[in-house]
Design a binder for this molecule. Structure first.
Ligand SMILES: Cc1ncc(COP(=O)(O)O)c(C=O)c1O
Length: 465
């Protein structure tokens, strides 16, 4: 009998890799099921409630989540943050409306615009050229855009970014609410923020109106388990309930709902204390790394908050791209990072990371520093400039037009028909309806040369309309 997925998963598990990647449980047991997975994999029967109209155990668990996060209402999403974002944007808008989105948002926000036939207005993040990293968006810029465009119904921001960068969300919420619009916060990477005061303020405390979190990314929940929180009356609760139902299967997984319940139960008991310890391990680790030659950790900038559980490791001065570093760590040291780009490897820590994980990562990086610091053939890793694409036609129109496949080199001046997305992080370089320029073609080539997987680019060809 051939069971390739099982075989692959067991092989990965057998390698005993240290997991600095999602999900937040890091492959470790917390409560232990006490039974087999099939025993809790049930359906809506007497005593198990119904996610689409919860009145009993699911309601009780969701209410507990609302209390913990200090919000009016919590919906569990077993279709990840992706499903939650579709539901949030659908609830906050009507077809044909305009929305304001952070240009480096996740592709689910773009897809929600296709589904809702929405017109995009963009706010671009700052680019820190010295550190090659996208940083914050400013409340003042949002103010300027909202003053001049009354058609914008909602603002969507990513907080924190995949790389842990946090814009001034309190100021942004103040501005969006001054203009009486809805603030949707993609807090996919921030379910843990509420559990420690040392970390940046959470979107719940800052009063985003609709907040969607991938519980599975940073807390000990199973992949695909997310939550959507409501903090205000700006969105009708009935409409939100209907749109949440629209984007979830009618057979929601009890295993995933179990895992949301479990993650919160754990954080309410020993998790909060353990998390404090993990933050100390991170500080110790960063301090030790600062003494290594050629390896550095990005710990944020002066004028914004930073989530230090996102450990951004850079080794470009000793000639290693983020991807190369990621590969070496996996092949030679059995350490798997969450992702890498041209410059950084991202080690994602969570409440279930252990001191030993950081020790092993430190020993590996020390060894890499020794091996590469005197490398005579160090290649230079160029800084790529951030690009600002131009929208020619609305994304939903472009998405629905017939596509033609052409080689990247022949696409200059044309309009893109599909997304071009380096994966991870899943943030589009270019979206349907945007113009392909020479600069963009060079940018895509640079990323491709660095062996980063790019969705929408196949054998050097892309889709145009
Ligand atoms: C910023 C951001 N938003 C949303 C998502 C989608 O989350 P999910 O995988 O839970 O659907 C991701 C996934 O990587 C993400 O990075």
């Amino acid at each position: 009998m051939k069971t390739p997925i099982i075989k692959g998963l067991l092989k990965y598990n057998d390698e005993k890799n240290i997991r600095f990647h999602m999900p937040g449980h890091k492959g470790r047991r917390i409560y232990g099921l006490g039974c087999s997975i099939s025993e809790i994999d049930v359906t809506e029967v007497d005593g198990t409630d119904n996610l689409h109209n919860p009145k009993d155990i699911i309601k009780e668990s969701q209410d507990k989540a609302s209390r913990i996060y200090g919000v009016k209402k919590t919906f569990y999403s077993i279709n990840g943050t992706t499903g939650g974002i579709y539901a949030a944007i659908t609830a906050a808008t009507k077809p044909g409306d305009e929305i304001l989105i952070q240009r480096n948002c996740h592709k689910s926000v773009y897809n929600a615009m296709v589904l809702g036939r929405l017109k995009a207005n963009y706010i671009y993040p700052e680019y820190d050229e010295e550190n090659n990293i996208l940083t914050t968006i400013g409340a003042d810029k949002i103010d300027e855009i909202l003053v001049n465009n009354e058609k914008i119904k909602a603002v969507v921001i990513t907080y924190p970014s995949y790389f842990g960068i946090c814009s001034d969300i309190k100021a942004i919420a103040g501005i969006v609410h001054k203009h009486n619009r809805i603030l949707i916060v993609d807090e996919a990477h921030g379910s843990h923020l509420i559990f420690n005061d040392e970390l940046p303020i959470s979107a719940e405390e800052a009063k985003g109106d609709i907040i969607i979190q991938s519980t599975h990314k940073t807390l000990p929940a199973y992949t695909q388990s997310s939550m959507l929180h409501i903090t205000s009356n700006r969105v009708g609760m009935d409409r939100m309930k209907r749109t949440m139902s629209m984007y979830q299967t009618t057979s929601p997984s009890y295993i995933l709902m179990y895992s949301l319940d479990m993650a919160l139960g754990y954080m309410e008991s020993e998790g909060k204390y353990r998390f404090k310890e993990v933050l100390k391990y991170i500080d110790e680790f960063n301090k030790k790394i600062s003494k290594l030659e050629g390896i550095s950790i990005f710990t944020g900038g002066d004028n914004y908050q930073f989530d230090k559980t996102k450990i951004l490791i850079r080794a470009t001065t000793i000639g290693l791209t983020g991807n190369e570093l990621e590969d070496i760590l996996r092949k030679d040291y059995n350490i798997q990072l969450e992702m890498a780009d041209l410059y950084y490897g991202l080690a994602m820590a969570s409440v279930l990371s252990e001191r030993g994980d950081f020790d092993k990562l430190y020993i590996a990086l020390k060894d890499i520093s020794e091996k590469y610091k005197n490398n005579k053939e160090k290649k230079e890793i160029k800084s790529i400039k951030y690009i600002y694409p131009e929208q020619k036609i609305p994304i939903y129109e472009a998405f629905n037009k017939d596509n033609k496949i052409v080689s990247l080199d022949k696409a200059e001046g044309k309009v893109l028909g599909d997304y071009i997305i380096p994966y991870p992080p899943g943030i589009p370089i270019l979206v349907p309806g945007e113009r392909i320029t020479k600069e963009i073609i060079e940018y895509i080539k640079e990323i491709n040369n660095a062996k980063i997987e790019i969705l929408g680019l196949k054998n050097g060809k892309i889709s145009i309309i």
